[in-house]
Structures are given as structure tokens and as C-alpha cells.
Design a protein. Structure first.
Length: 655
């Protein structure tokens, strides 16, 4: 075999293969002198031949031009967005992903191929390769809101937000105005999310927004003020101005809307309307009677006193504001509230602000597209169209929009979908950018800070506004030692998927105004997952606070048990030094912690190794008795030393 030519081999000249071509190794040797002298033509010709050679079906060519000794092509310029994945950047730079990852590590950034990095980081990497970067930011398609011609504007009903401190009677006042009972539907009489209602006053209408009064709903109250024309500030005559009253004033002022003060509960024996006026003067609301411009109306929601006068004042202030809108144009409005209804799907409460919304209209609400399948007013009656200042429930959206999203009717469904997809893409990128990469410094900081404990939560709520409010309230409970981490928040019932997520992340599931479905309950039982369901936000926050208190390291506090004076010392074989002592105060316990004090200075801290009365081992010796005390690992005890016995108590800490 050794003397025979292999099939197809040896038929050409030395250094040639069976087909008369130079073998790559031989070609490289033959051209090495030219290559090292700066003449690359031979090597490039060979590299080009390799590149052009057809590949077998199962082989992929990797790293084009990445052959040893072959100069790499330099990409002069690339175009990226605000963020780019490491893999996409590598492709644009014509480099391998591993090479780009190494460059990132070199500048102190840890990122995998699928993670996104910002434009600045990508520019640093590209500059390392001599490549210029152009950052091109593609904004989502915005629907133009054309101004309306003055002659097209018609009078519209005023939108009134009822604001004030919790339990000052806002919902009761609306109840009196509408002469219906809505208070009974709210747990504990507390309004949990925004409601919108419309009332008829003679031949005119007024739209009311009932915003929650609890402090956790500050953000929702602010959102209510943004869409309102007039703010009615409810202040209880027997309670006066409270912190949330001041917040409500600030929200109304930030929105630039006039404020009408309704001094409620004037029928109470301890009611003092003048005191309320005096307190509000300190916050810039001066009554017309006292020379100011603020309208004050004394009312009693329960006795139906002053209700008509309040409505007249609202219409008067609305008249002065000349509230107008064009009803003959594509509708534009704001999502007041949104929820996922099991039977009807995503339902959004929309306040129409301009134009007329009709059944069949295609629309986009924030990043959600849809087509109006049906509309209902606040009484649940079906509507075919809704004009300016009309609150309606809209069915037909693809998903649950966020409260506060702008709603716009589009020319057709295709436009709505395009705008929706563009906005979803922007939100997705923003979310990815928040969780993108960790610098080396941050990585090591996180390792050092691993002592910080976290309470992971999954929060489900009945509506979007409540979800935001609960998450906001929970986030304020965190401390430097214990943090609340909401790993997922959603609208609707607690599902089996939530339980699986909780099982994987070790989280507790919090449900607000929702229930757990049968599948979720079974899964939670099997996985030993804690599901807590609440109807009132106070209870929810209190329970989470208690859970977090349990995660806090207990506080250690030293408790002095007693002191003993050393009067004589003994040496006991196989035991060591024993201090013959007299207990001067408290008591000394066997195996208690002890410190040896000599001339007022602590010379040793340890533990009581043995405690004897005469020859008997005892558990404790109290004040006024003599004893023998052996201190563990300490034989230098002297007469006149003071032995101070103490213990460390662990005290449960609370937030």
C-alpha cells in the first residue's frame, strides 16, 4: 500500500492534487514570500477561489474572509436605531458574534447575543473596528389631530371631576345627584376605580367622573383631572381640610381647571363651614363672600340639601368657560378605565372629547387597535353613537388598553393596525432597554448587595387603574433591606399561568377585586403557592407590610442579666481557673454570655462554662449568693474583676 498511488492521487506534479490544482497548504507556502513582502495578490486569489468553491449541502461557510493572514474587510458605516441586539450589530459589522461579545466585555458590558444594547455602547464597539455609526430613530406613526374650524364648534356638556379626601362623601354626593345607589357596589364604601356618569339638568347634561379618594389612587385622580373641565372639591364640614384634599387641589391646578368647593355634611351638629373656608384660604381658595373668586356651595348629600344650587353653579362656570367641540369629525377621546370581562372581552370606558364615536368605527387606543363592536352608556343601555363629553363603554378592542391612553378613530382598520403595531414595537423596545445589560461594576454591586431581601409578587386586579394603584402602593413599602418586586401585573382573574409563574419565581399572588379560577386553585394547591385575594386596598397593603416585616432580619438587643464580683480564684485540674464570686446584682445563668471587666475595661468576652454552688452544678445564681464561675477559654481571671452576664434578644422588626 505504501508504494502504491492512492486512487486519484499522485498523477500530477509534486504539490498538486489529483486534479492538477495546488493544494491549499502548498499554495500558501508558495506564496508566503510574496505575502510577507506586501504582495497579497496570490493569497487573495486563493481566498477568492475558496470563497467561490461550492459548499456541500450540510456545510455552512462561517466567517467569510476570516482566514488567517487575510485582511478583514472594514465596514465604513452602519445605520442602527436607539437599540440594537448584539447579533444584529455583529452582522452589520461583518464580525462574528463571539468577537463582538468580547469587545463588549472589554469595555465593561455583559450582554448575550440576543440582548439589546443602546446606541452609545454600539457606537463604542463599532469605532473599535473603524466603523462610523448613524443612529436613525424611527418614531411610530402618529395620527394627526387637526384643529377644528371655529364655525364647526358647538356647545358640549361640561366634564366634572368629583375630588376630595376619602370618606368625605364624594360618592354619596353623586348618589344624591343621580338619585341612584352606587355606594353599595363598592367594598367598604370606598370607590376602587374611576366611574363616569351623565346626568340631565333641565335641557342640559353634565358628565361626572367619580375618582377614588384613597391616597393609593393619586395617579388615577391625576388622570381624571387631565380630562376634566371643572373640579368639584368635596370637603366634609365636620372634618375640614385633609392631606388628600390638598392633593386634589394641586391636581386640579396642574390641569388648569376651575374649582367649585362643595362643603358637605352641613347637617351634622359639629359642622363648621366657616372653618373649612378659613383652612382653604391657606391653600389659595378664597370664597367669593370673602372677596375671592372660588365658588363655595354648602350641601348635604344625605339630606339632599344644596344639590340643585351645586348643579346650577356647575352649569354657570361651564357657560363662562365656553366649552365647545366639533361633533362632525372622527372621534378622539381618553380611556378612563379598562378591564377584561370574561364574557365580553376587553372593555374600555372612553370619554369622547371631540367628534362622534359610532358603532363600526376603527380606532386605536394607545398601542391597542380595534373596531367598535358595541357601545353602552353608564346605565348599560346600548348606543349607536356618542358625541363630545359622553362616557361610553366600548367593546371590540384587541387587548386591554391602559387608563389614560388617547383614543382616535382612523380612516380604516388597516391604518389602526399599523399605528398599533408601531406603538407596540416602541413599547417593547423600551421594556427591553430597561432590562438590557448589566455593566461589570453593577454586576459586582449586585453580588455584594445580595443580602438585600426581596418579596416577589404577582399582582392581578379587576381593572387597569386599580392594578397601577396597587403596584404603586406596594412599591412604596420597600426599604434598603427588603424590596417589593412585582414580577408580573395583569388585569383579570388569577389563572393557572400565574400560578406556574409564581412557582418558577417563588412569588406570592395578590388578587385585588378578582377571584382565582378552578384551574388556578388546583395548581396552587399542588404547587403550594400562596394566593391572597382582597376587596379593600388597606387590607392588601397591611398584609404585604406584615409579610415584609417577616423578611427583615430581627433586631438584636443586649439584655444585662446580672453582675458578679470575683473575690477569690481557684485552679481546678482539667477545668482551669474558677472565679469564686459574689453576685452583686441580677443573676448569673449557666452558659450565658459573659464579659470580664477589669478596672472598667472589658478584657474578655465569652461564655459561662460552669456555674457551681459549693460542689453542685446549678442553672442560675441570684443576687446575694456566692458561686464559682468558670469562663470558657479564659484562665486569667483575677480578684477584683467583675463578671457581667448578658444575653442577646432578637426582636421582630416591623416596617
Amino acid at each position: 500500500m505504501g508504494g502504491q498511488n492512492r486512487p486519484g492521487k499522485g498523477t500530477g506534479r509534486p504539490g498538486k492534487d489529483g486534479y492538477g490544482r495546488n493544494r491549499p497548504g502548498e499554495a500558501a507556502k508558495a506564496k508566503s514570500q510574496d505575502f510577507h513582502s506586501g504582495d497579497y495578490r496570490g493569497e487573495e486569489e486563493w481566498a477568492g477561489a475558496v470563497a467561490r468553491r461550492p459548499l456541500s449541502k450540510n456545510k455552512k461557510r462561517r466567517g467569510q474572509g476570516a482566514l488567517p493572514g487575510v485582511p478583514q474587510p472594514v465596514v465604513k458605516k452602519i445605520v442602527i436605531g436607539e437599540t440594537v441586539t448584539v447579533q444584529d450589530l455583529a452582522q452589520k459589522l461583518a464580525k462574528s458574534g463571539a468577537e463582538v461579545v468580547k469587545k463588549l466585555v472589554a469595555i465593561g458590558v455583559m450582554a448575550s447575543l440576543t440582548q439589546e444594547i443602546d446606541a452609545d455602547t454600539a457606537t463604542l464597539v463599532a469605532n473599535e473596528y473603524g466603523t462610523q455609526v448613524e443612529v436613525r430613530i424611527d418614531r411610530p406613526t402618529e395620527l394627526e389631530d387637526l384643529p377644528d374650524a371655529r364655525e364647526s364648534l358647538l356647545e358640549r356638556p361640561p366634564v366634572v371631576t368629583v375630588m376630595g379626601h376619602v370618606d368625605h362623601g364624594k360618592t354619596s354626593l353623586l348618589d344624591a345627584i343621580r338619585q341612584t345607589n352606587v355606594t353599595a357596589t363598592e367594598a367598604g364604601g370606598i370607590t376602587q376605580h374611576i366611574g363616569a356618569y351623565q346626568v340631565q339638568v333641565g335641557d342640559r347634561k353634565i358628565t361626572f367622573l367619580d375618582t377614588p379618594g384613597h391616597e393609593a389612587f393619586t395617579a388615577m385622580r391625576a388622570r381624571g383631572a387631565e380630562v376634566t373641565d371643572i373640579a368639584v372639591l368635596v370637603v366634609a364640614a365636620d372634618d375640614g381640610v385633609m392631606p388628600q384634599t390638598v392633593e386634589a387641589i394641586n391636581h386640579a391646578r396642574a390641569a388648569g381647571v376651575p374649582i367649585i368647593v362643595a362643603v358637605n355634611k352641613i347637617d351634622r351638629p359639629d359642622a363648621n363651614a366657616d372653618r373649612v373656608k378659613q383652612q382653604l384660604t391657606e391653600h389659595g381658595l378664597v370664597s367669593e363672600e370673602w372677596g375671592g373668586d372660588a365658588v363655595f356651595v354648602n350641601v348635604s348629600a344625605t339630606k339632599r340639601i344644596g344639590i340643585d344650587e351645586l348643579l346650577e353653579m356647575i352649569l354657570l362656570v361651564a357657560e363662562m368657560g365656553e366649552l365647545k367641540a366639533n361633533p362632525d369629525r372622527p372621534a378622539r377621546g381618553t380611556v378612563i378605565e379598562a378591564e377584561l370581562d370574561r364574557g365580553r372581552g376587553p372593555v374600555a370606558t372612553v370619554l369622547v372629547q371631540k367628534g362622534t364615536l359610532r358603532v363600526g368605527d376603527s380606532l386605536v387606543a394607545g398601542a391597542v387597535a380595534g373596531k367598535v363592536r358595541a357601545m353602552f352608556d353608564f346605565r348599560g343601555e346600548r348606543l349607536e353613537e356618542a358625541g363630545p363629553s359622553t362616557p361610553v363603554q366600548v367593546l371590540g378592542l384587541d387587548d386591554v388598553p391602559e387608563a389614560g391612553d388617547i383614543v382616535q378613530v382612523t380612516s380604516d382598520e388597516k391604518v389602526a393596525r399599523e399605528v398599533s403595531l408601531a406603538r407596540q414595537d416602541v413599547r417593547r423596545k423600551e421594556t427591553l432597554a430597561k432590562n438590557k445589560v448589566v455593566s461589570l461594576d453593577e454586576f459586582f454591586k449586585n453580588i455584594k448587595a445580595s443580602e438585600t431581601k426581596e418579596l416577589p409578587l404577582i399582582v392581578k386586579a379587576d381593572v387597569q387603574g386599580s392594578l397601577e394603584a396597587v403596584i404603586q402602593a406596594l412599591s412604596r413599602l420597600g426599604t434598603d433591606e427588603v424590596k417589593v418586586t412585582v414580577i408580573h401585573g395583569g388585569v383579570g382573574a388569577v389563572t393557572e399561568t400565574d400560578v406556574m409563574l409564581a412557582s418558577a419565581s417563588g412569588a406570592i399572588i395578590i388578587g385585588f377585586n378578582v377571584r382565582a379560577d378552578a384551574g388556578a386553585r388546583k395548581a396552587a394547591e399542588a404547587e403550594k403557592i400562596d394566593i391572597r385575594l382582597y376587596l379593600i386596598i388597606y387590607e392588601l397593603i397591611d398584609d404585604v407590610r406584615k409579610a415584609m416585616s417577616g423578611l427583615l432580619e430581627p433586631e438584636e438587643r443586649e439584655v444585662i442579666l446580672g453582675r458578679a464580683e470575683v473575690r477569690q480564684t481557684f485552679r481546678v485540674p482539667r477545668v482551669g481557673a474558677v472565679a469564686g464570686s459574689y453576685v452583686t446584682e441580677g443573676k448569673v445563668l449557666n452558659h450565658a454570655r459573659v464579659r470580664v471587666i477589669r478596672d472598667g475595661v472589658v478584657v474578655y468576652q465569652g461564655q459561662v462554662h460552669s456555674l457551681k454552688r459549693f460542689k453542685d452544678d446549678v442553672r442560675e445564681v441570684v443576687q446575694g449568693y456566692e458561686c464559682g464561675i468558670g469562663v470558657e477559654n479564659f484562665n486569667d481571671v483575677k480578684e477584683g474583676d467583675v463578671l457581667e452576664a448578658y444575653t442577646i434578644e432578637k426582636i421582630k422588626r416591623e416596617l
